[in-house]
Design a protein around this ligand. Structure first.
Ligand code: PEP
Length: 261
C-alpha cells in the first residue's frame, strides 16, 4: 500500500514573515492528519526557518535541489549533506525549471539523486515532456530516457537508491504554471507507463515507489487526479502558496485508495 504524498514547491517565493504565516496555517490545518505524507520544499535560505517551525509537526520539509558535487570550489552550490543538517527529508531533483533555466539534465539529476540518498534524503525525481515533445507524440520516449538515466549510475548506488527509495514526479512541462492540468486519464496512463519502466529495475521497487503528479494541481482537480490508481499524490506549485488551497489538496489525497498488491 503506497502512502499518499503531497508536496508543495514554493519555488522562488516567500519571505521570513510570509513563510511563517503560511507554515503556521498549514501546520494548524494538518495537525490531525496522519494518513498521508505532506512536505514543503522551500528556498535553501529558509530551511533553517522550516526546521524551527515544522520540527515536531506532521509536515516534512525539503530543498528544491541539491548539488551534484559533494564539496569544493563550486560557488553557490549547496550539497545534500548541507541540507540534511537542516533536517530536510525531501529534495526535488531534475525540475523542469532547473532543466530549462540552468541547463540541468538527466545525467546531472541522477547524480543528485545519489547525493540525496547518500545524505539520507528522499529525492523527488521530476520527469516530463515539453509541449513540443507532447505534440510530436514523443512523451513516453522522453520519460523513458529521463528515467533510464539512472542506469548510468554505478551498480552499488543504484541498489542503494532502490532500497532507500525515491519519489517520482510526473510533471508534463506544458501543464506547469498553466491554465489546465493534464486530464486524470492522460496522467494515469503516463504514471502507469512510469511504473512499468520502474519494474524494469525491480517489480517490488515499482510497486512501492510513489509517483506523484505535478502541473496545475488545484483544489478543484486534485481529487479526480488522486483517485487514479497510479497517481500517489501531487507536487504542487502555485496552489501551495495559499495555505487554504494547499490544505484542500491534501484533503483530496486523504480519500485516496491506493491499490494493494
Ligand atoms: C511545479 O512547478 O512543480 C508545479 C507543479 O507548478 P504548478 O502547480 O504551479 O503548475
Amino acid at each position: 500500500m503506497r502512502r499518499p504524498l503531497v508536496v508543495g514547491n514554493w519555488k522562488l517565493n516567500g519571505s521570513l514573515a510570509v513563510n511563517e504565516a503560511r507554515m503556521q496555517a498549514i501546520v494548524g490545518a494538518e495537525k490531525d492528519i496522519h494518513q498521508i505524507d505532506i512536505g514543503l520544499c522551500l528556498p535553501y535560505v529558509y530551511l533553517f526557518q522550516a526546521q524551527q517551525l515544522l520540527a515536531n509537526t506532521n509536515i516534512m520539509w525539503g530543498s528544491q535541489n541539491v548539488s551534484q558535487f559533494e564539496q569544493g570550489a563550486y560557488t553557490a552550490c549547496v550539497s545534500a549533506d548541507m541540507v540534511a543538517e537542516f533536517g530536510c527529508q525531501l529534495a526535488i531533483v531534475g525540475h523542469s525549471e532547473r532543466r530549462h533555466y540552468s541547463a540541468e539534465n538527466s545525467a546531472k539529476a541522477v547524480i543528485r539523486i545519489k547525493r540525496a540518498v547518500d545524505a539520507g534524503i528522499t529525492p523527488i525525481y521530476c520527469i516530463g515532456e515539453t509541449q513540443a515533445e507532447h505534440a510530436a507524440g514523443e512523451a513516453k520516449k522522453v520519460l523513458a530516457a529521463q528515467l533510464m538515466a539512472l542506469l548510468d549510475l554505478d551498480k552499488i548506488s543504484l541498489e542503494k537508491i532502490k532500497s532507500f527509495g525515491l519519489v517520482m514526479a510526473y510533471e508534463p512541462v506544458w501543464a506547469i504554471g498553466a491554465d489546465q492540468a493534464a486530464t486524470p486519464e492522460l496522467a494515469q496512463s503516463m504514471h502507469a507507463f512510469i511504473r512499468d519502466l520502474l519494474s524494469k529495475f525491480d517489480a517490488e521497487f515499482a510497486q512501492k515507489t510513489r509517483i506523484i503528479y505535478g502541473g496545475s494541481v488545484t483544489p478543484e482537480n486534485a481529487k479526480a487526479l488522486f483517485n487514479m490508481p497510479d497517481i500517489d499524490g501531487g507536487l504542487v506549485g502555485r496552489a501551495s502558496l495559499d495555505a487554504h488551497a494547499f490544505s484542500s489538496i491534501c484533503a483530496a489525497a486523504l480519500n485516496y485508495q491506493a491499490p494493494s498488491n
